[in-house]
Ligand binder design. Structure first.
Ligand SMILES: Nc1ncnc2c1ncn2[C@@H]1O[C@H](COP(=O)(O)OP(=O)(O)OP(=O)(O)O)[C@@H](O)[C@H]1O
Ligand SMILES: [Mg+2]
Length: 322
């Protein structure tokens, strides 16, 4: 494959690996989602392809980025695609996916993290940033059967603590006889740099940083040793002394909560409709979205603040919000 020369060796290894179960523990920002999107396009677009490809990303934003990468690769590979946009897969759980379809009728579904979206599906499954999912166990339980009829399962992640399901899978594979039969890929920043990552980044940034300087800079920009080890060296943080584990913290996150801009806050306390910058990515979703705790009650009929309440009312609304 001529195009594989563009990729770095560890990316090539990941792309070429067709094992039914493959898992990667990785450093941040080494180009794996990007390379994996290429793999998805190759797999789904083949004439003989039997399956759709489902990717579960950390959130809606990452899901959109992944499908954008797929579109980029489809164009480079001269594959004609139908961009089906965002499709609602499971109305009960509000689970949707960005979808493209190839000439052979096979599709790539790029889902945000809702595991229920995978229920009842059949095909290849990729779980990106797995250790960041709110419920890794449930996601794995729902994802694995999707591959029963010959699909493959790929898991990609940077570590999030020693107590994660992701770390359990890696440890079982590397230290406990690999009962499930995973093909394990480990790509630390050091390995990626050894294989040419710094030069690739230099090409994009216009810098002329040596490999050693690049490594030194990234390490010195870490807030502590734990960050360096976990984010870049494939070493999960030991949470035994922490009050909350990463899994507990992930489970409490609400990805729909967003910080308001000053204009949005001002409109909110004034009880006015949302200003135009209050819309989500490409304007599809109004901001703020429903959080499951009830929406914030902002209206959208027009986007200019109409009137300002008295100071006391403003403060009263602010305190209520807090
Ligand atoms: N071989 C390559 N040549 C040039 N650019 C590349 C190459 N591989 C990846 N990139 C670029 O690297 C950037 C980061 O890629 P990507 O998001 O896939 O990394 P990642 O390892 O998945 O990061 P994260 O840890 O945040 O999930 C992207 O902007 C992509 O365009
Ligand atoms: Mg990624």
């Amino acid at each position: 494959m001529q195009d594989l020369k563009y990729f770095l060796p560890y990316q090539r290894e990941w792309i070429k690996d067709m094992s039914p179960l493959k898992i990667m523990q990785k450093s941040r920002q080494i180009g794996i989602s990007y390379a994996d999107a290429y793999h998805s396009v190759r797999v789904a677009s083949r004439k003989t392809s039997r399956f759709d490809v489902y990717i579960s990303s950390r959130d809606r934003f990452q899901a959109k980025l992944y499908i954008e990468d797929c579109k980029h690769w489809a164009e480079i590979l001269h594959e004609i695609i139908l961009d089906l946009g965002e499709i609602l897969l499971d109305p009960d759980h509000n689970a949707s996916a960005f979808v493209i379809q190839f000439a052979n009728g096979k599709r790539i579904y790029s889902l945000s993290s809702n595991p229920n979206a995978l229920a009842g599906k059949r095909g290849h499954v990729k779980l990106d940033e797995f250790a960041l999912h709110q419920d890794q166990r449930l996601l794995y339980r729902i994802a694995k059967p999707v591959t029963t009829w010959g699909g493959t399962l790929s898991i990609i992640s940077t570590h999030r603590g020693i107590g994660s399901v992701f770390n359990q899978l890696i440890r079982d594979a590397l230290e406990n006889g690999n009962p499930m039969g995973w093909k394990v890929h480990t790509v630390s920043l050091n390995k990626a740099v050894d294989q040419g990552l710094a030069e690739k980044i230099n090409e994009k940034t216009g810098r002329h940083e040596s490999r050693a300087d690049f490594m030194r800079r990234l390490q010195s920009e870490c807030i502590d040793e734990e960050q360096w080890l976990q984010e870049y060296c494939c070493t999960p943080a030991d949470e035994s002394s922490a009050f909350f584990s990463y899994e507990m913290l992930n489970a409490c996150e609400d990805r729909n909560i967003k910080l308001m801009s000053f204009a949005q806050l001002r409109a909110y306390v004034a009880g006015c409709p949302l200003p135009s910058d209050g819309r989500g990515i490409k304007g599809e979703e109004p901001f703020p979205q429903k959080t499951g705790h009830g929406s914030l009650g902002l209206r959208q009929e027009n986007y200019e603040p109409r009137e300002w309440l008295q100071r006391e009312q403003t403060e009263e609304r602010l305190y209520r919000r807090v």
